[in-house]
Every structure is written in structure tokens, then in C-alpha cells.
Ligand binder design. Structure first.
Ligand code: GLN
Length: 536
């Protein structure tokens, strides 16, 4: 039977619960255990697909096309294991299902209540993962203990622990232990109160992971143990890391967290050093130099909007032994002043929706092409590159995407990017949003083919618009290389320029599959080209 590891958060949000959960996942896999990971988000949206990046950060897309929380990105980056639709539960989706069942009459006239109906639904969703027969199911609860919205989820975890038995479940509480600079003191009170809140609903944490900016001495740890009723050796310190968030698995391993979990579950597995991660940290700590990559986006001021993009860029840097500095550049500012792009070694245009910043991005794509600056276009980034090429190389001055017809109040004169439904030859094949893993056939001899080292690849998608097949011939005549085509629906997946150091764009989101210990080939090659330019 699967064992359960529950992770809750205390005191404040933004403690890096997702990264801690992902790191624990890594350690368990390293012990030869099979795991599944699941994130529960107490908000009422059915999924984060429609939420603004200002509200939610990046929407992380799984192979099976689920639009999920960005913590799943951490899970995949740290564990190397794909997540799926089943790995993310929101309160909205739980209520949605329960209310649908109620309307269908499934509850046979019963009164629908938080307990047992909502709690049963939550437990059912979690336990569905048991069918995949993992050794351990890691469940992270979003938000902070004490949130009204999180209550029913905590209640469900309490019930679930009761069902599976104490020996088969472990509660890890990630908490914040602040250092008050004025008093020069570490304070344990917020943690005591947060644990008290947990106990109020019947959950006794087994392990405390204390996030802190300073070292905690024995006295603090003993105090936390005593007041929170957690054994001394189960009070673990997770101090802010100096160099990289990828140090955390190593830090938690040194603190013996995986040992605590295995002991609790009476699982005997030898400890294995995290060799590739140790090597990774050595690389991160001793870079040969720094390359600057300009990320030209609409939400560049937001830390989390392009989370996976930034991480994938760093990963590409690890492969080259370089530090990558992601320079956030607001697309709207590039339009009038593209020469700022001379200050970077590579240009990346990430995915996006809406017309704002479009002309700036198109200008950036042109600048990269004309000035031979390494370029990687992602999704909307590919569409910008195609529009730019059509306008400035193929002489189609009115080239644009039909996505912006409405916002611009005019139809694109040359709709080089449009909906699949607008393209006669593929009309019957497409839905609206292309979501999740899609196949792509690469053309031999192209940079894309070289990077992947394979003819058939698969990447995740999240977009509605496509390169218009009726302009393909004109684009190719102009010299654009269509390096990847979707074999099922015949649309363009990748483009590149032959006569350029490295100018590649993809309709997919390769950043979602990059791992620190296994950088994505496109990011690896892109950074390699940027390093080359940097070294001149
Ligand atoms: N807005 C574009 C589309 O829907 C691109 C989407 C994206 O970059 N993810 O096709």
C-alpha cells in the first residue's frame, strides 16, 4: 500500500514549499522508491489556465494537456518525473465535481456538506494516485495553515491519515523562523502558533522544516521541539541557500530528512549520494563566466511569469559551465530603442497572449536576425519571428497574426499566423487550444535536428494560433527554414535561419521539460551560441 507524505506551510507564504516538496521527492527517488506528487490549491478557480500572470505566475502544462500550478514545474525539474492532470487539485475543481454530481442526483437526495462530501471528493482525488502503485505519495497543500480556504483540505488530510494509519503517513510542516534584526533575536513564536493551529484541527506535525535566513542554534531547535511537540531530531533547518535553489536536495539530505521519512515508514534502503547534483552545484559555484540573455516579454517585471523559461536558461548555462543572467526587457520599450539589445549575448522571446508589446517583440526578432544575435523564440516568439520575416524579408508589409485583429480593429492584410480553423487544409483536424504533448518531425541537417539528435520529437503546447500554411511557400522562398512539422496535422512546429549563428524558434514550450541535471537541448545549444558570441 502507498504511504503518504503530507507537506503543509506555516506563518507566511512564499517559503518555497514547492521546491522543498520537490527536493524531498528527489531524495525519495534517489533511495530507489517510486513516488507520485500532487499539489492541492485551495483557490476557487477550476484550474489556473485563465488566471493572469499577475495573479498566478506561469501556467505549467503537463504532457496530458492539463494547465496547472507552477509548483508542478519544480516537481518535474527536481524529480525528472512527468506529472499529469492528476497531480493538481484545486478547490474549484472539487466543488465543480461535487455540484455536478449533486445536479445529476448521484447523492440520492442527501444533504451535501463539507464533511463528508467535499472531504470525500478530495480524498478520492488523492487516493486515485494509489492505482499507479507508487511507494510514496507526496501531497503538498498550497497556502498557509490558518487560511479559511485551506481548512477543508487539512481536514481531508487528517481523515486520510486516520484511514491509512499513523505508520503510513507523515506530516511535514514547513515553517518560517524569523530573525528580528532590531532585537538581534530569532523568534520561534510564529512557528509555535502555526503548529498550534494545526493541532486544533487534529494534525500533529512529525517533522518541522524551518526556513530561516540565519543559523539556528541548539537552543532554538530544542525550544521548537518542546513547544511544537516534535522530536528534537525531526526539527530540520532549511537556511536560505547562497548560490542556487538546486542545493536544497543536498541540504535536506545532509539534515537526514529522507532517513527520517524512511524510518517512519520502516522502509530500509541504503543511502545513495546525489552524485549528479553534487557535480551540478560545483558547476554552478564555479562558472567560467556570465552570459546575458535578454528575455523580451510583456510581464518581464514579474518573477514567476516566465519561471520555467528562466530555469531552462540557467540549465543551458550549467551545460556550458556558464552563469546565465536573464535580463528582463519590457517589449514595449524595445520598440523605440532596439539597440539596447546590443548589451546581451542572446535574445529570447517567450510565449504570450494579447497585442500589448507585440511590435516590440517583432522588432527584437528583427534585430536578432539582422545583427546575428543568437535567438530563441518560444510559441508567440516563433509567431513574432515569422511575422517579422514575412514583413521585412518577403515584402509582405501587412503581415500579422489574426489573434490581434480585434484588438487592433483591423484585419491582418497578410495573416501569416492564424487559427487552425482559418486554414482550409487543416480545418477539420483541430480543436481550439492545442494543449499538451504534440509530435514533431524534424528536418535532417537543420539546427533543430542537430540539437535534438533525433528525427521524431515531442514537446508540450499551449496556444491557439499557427503559422498559416498558405504562406509557407512564400516564407520558404524568402529563405526561412521550416525545420519541424507536425506529422499529424501538418502545421509548422519549428523554424530557423540557415545563414545565422543560431536563430531557432518553436511553437512548443520546451522550457517545461528542462531539468538542471538534464538541460533541454534547445536551451543548451542556444546558450552555447550565446557563449560563443560573448567570447567573440
Ligand atoms: N497567443 C499565441 C497563441 O495563442 C501564443 C500563445 C503562447 O505563446 N503560449 O497561439
Amino acid at each position: 500500500m502507498a504511504k503518504y507524505l503530507f507537506i503543509t506551510g506555516g506563518v507566511v507564504s512564499s517559503l518555497g514549499k514547492g521546491i522543498t516538496a520537490a527536493s524531498i521527492g528527489r531524495l525519495l527517488i534517489n533511495r530507489g522508491l517510486s513516488i507520485r506528487m500532487l499539489k492541492m490549491d485551495p483557490y476557487l478557480n477550476v484550474d489556473p489556465g485563465t488566471m493572469s500572470p499577475y495573479q498566478h505566475g506561469e501556467v505549467y502544462v503537463t504532457d496530458d494537456g492539463a494547465e496547472t500550478d507552477l509548483d508542478l514545474g519544480h516537481y518535474e525539474r527536481y524529480t525528472g518525473q512527468p506529472t499529469s492532470q492528476k497531480s493538481n487539485i484545486t478547490a474549484g475543481s472539487i466543488y465543480w465535481d461535487v455540484l455536478h454530481k449533486e445536479r445529476r442526483g448521484d447523492y440520492l437526495g442527501g444533504t451535501i456538506q463539507m464533511i463528508p462530501h467535499i472531504s470525500d471528493e478530495i480524498k478520492g482525488r488523492i487516493r486515485a494516485l494509489e492505482k499507479e502503485n507508487p511507494d510514496i505519495i507526496v501531497v503538498e497543500l498550497g497556502g498557509t495553515v490558518g487560511d479559511i480556504e485551506g481548512l477543508i483540505f487539512l481536514e481531508s488530510l487528517r481523515q486520510l491519515a486516520l484511514e491509512v494509519g499513523r505508520d503510513n503517513s507523515i506530516f511535514i510542516h514547513l515553517t518560517y523562523v524569523p530573525f528580528i534584526a532590531a532585537a538581534k533575536e530569532v523568534k520561534t513564536k510564529p512557528t509555535q502558533q502555526s503548529v498550534a493551529k494545526l493541532r486544533e484541527i487534529g494534525i500533529m506535525p512529525d517533522v518541522l522544516v524551518c526556513r530561516t535566513e540565519v543559523d539556528l542554534d541548539r537552543e532554538h531547535l530544542d525550544k521548537l521541539s518542546l513547544f511544537c511537540n516534535v522530536p528534537k531530531d525531526c526539527v530540520i533547518v532549511e537556511k536560505d541557500v547562497e548560490t542556487s535553489i538546486y542545493e536544497i536536495p543536498l541540504m535536506l539530505q545532509r539534515a537526514g530528512l529522507d532517513e527520517i521519512v524512511l524510518n517512519r515508514f520502516r522502509i530500509a534502503r541504503p543511502a545513495v549520494p546525489l552524485k549528479d547534483w553534487e557535480k551540478l552545484i560545483q558547476t554552478i559555484k564555479n562558472p567560467a563566466g556570465t552570459v546575458r540573455i535578454g528575455v523580451v516579454g510583456k510581464y518581464s517585471e514579474l518573477q514567476d511569469a516566465y519561471k520555467s523559461i528562466y530555469e531552462a536558461l540557467y540549465h543551458g548555462g550549467y551545460a556550458a559551465g556558464y552563469k546565465v543572467e536573464a535580463v528582463k526587457m519590457a517589449a514595449e520599450e524595445i520598440e523605440g530603442n532596439p539597440a539596447v539589445l546590443d548589451t546581451v549575448d542572446g535574445i529570447l522571446i517567450p510565449g504570450g497572449f494579447g497585442v500589448r508589446g507585440m511590435e516590440g517583440k517583432i522588432r527584437a526578432a528583427q534585430y536578432a536576425r539582422e545583427n546575428r544575435i543568437p535567438f530563441l523564440g518560444i510559441c508567440l516568439g516563433l509567431q513574432c519571428a515569422v511575422i517579422e520575416f514575412a514583413r521585412n524579408v518577403c515584402g509582405l508589409a501587412g503581415a500579422d497574426s489574426t489573434e490581434f485583429d480585434e484588438e487592433r480593429g483591423a484585419k491582418a492584410e497578410h495573416p501569416v499566423v492564424c487559427l487552425m480553423e482559418e486554414q482550409v487544409d487543416v480545418r477539420e483536424k483541430g480543436g481550439t487550444m492545442r494543449l499538451g504533448a504534440c509530435p514533431c518531425s524534424l528536418v535532417e541537417g537543420t539546427k533543430a535536428y542537430e540539437a535534438y539528435g533525433a528525427k521524431q520529437i515531442s514537446e508540450r503546447h499551449r496556444h491557439r494560433y499557427e503559422v498559416n500554411n498558405s504562406y509557407r511557400a512564400q516564407l520558404e522562398e524568402g529563405g526561412l527554414v521550416l525545420s519541424g512539422i507536425n506529422p499529424d496535422i501538418g502545421v509548422v512546429e519549428m523554424i530557423e535561419l540557415a545563414d545565422h549563428p543560431w536563430y531557432v524558434a518553436t511553437q512548443a514550450h520546451p522550457e517545461l521539460k528542462s531539468q538542471p541535471v538534464k538541460p533541454h537541448p534547445l536551451f543548451k545549444e542556444f546558450i552555447a551560441a550565446a557563449v560563443k558570441r560573448h567570447e567573440g
